[in-house]
Design a binder for this molecule. Sequence first.
Ligand SMILES: [Zn+2]
Length: 101
Amino acid sequence: MEFVLTVGMKLWKPMKMSNVMEKSVCIVKLTCRECGNTFEFPVFVDDLEKYTERKEGIQYALPYVSSDYRDLMISGICPGCWDKIMEADEEKRIRIINKYK
Ligand SMILES: [Zn+2]
């Protein structure tokens, strides 16, 4: 099974990798909308479905994914760019955040 999901404007496409104890693992591949860096991390397919299809809260569906990566899944912005956004002055911060609404 293959997922193609949209987070904001970017497509992300995790690929099935292998079976671990009869649970399929896939790699979530995300590109930061701010800097364009790509991040990859493994998740169980079941859990990804919980988040994308059953709309469970990401912290319940994917509790083992670091909060940085969860933020990236939700916002499409990587941890490094969030730091920059938070360090920026308020006017600039609002401009960046509005760009992705
Ligand atoms: Zn970034």
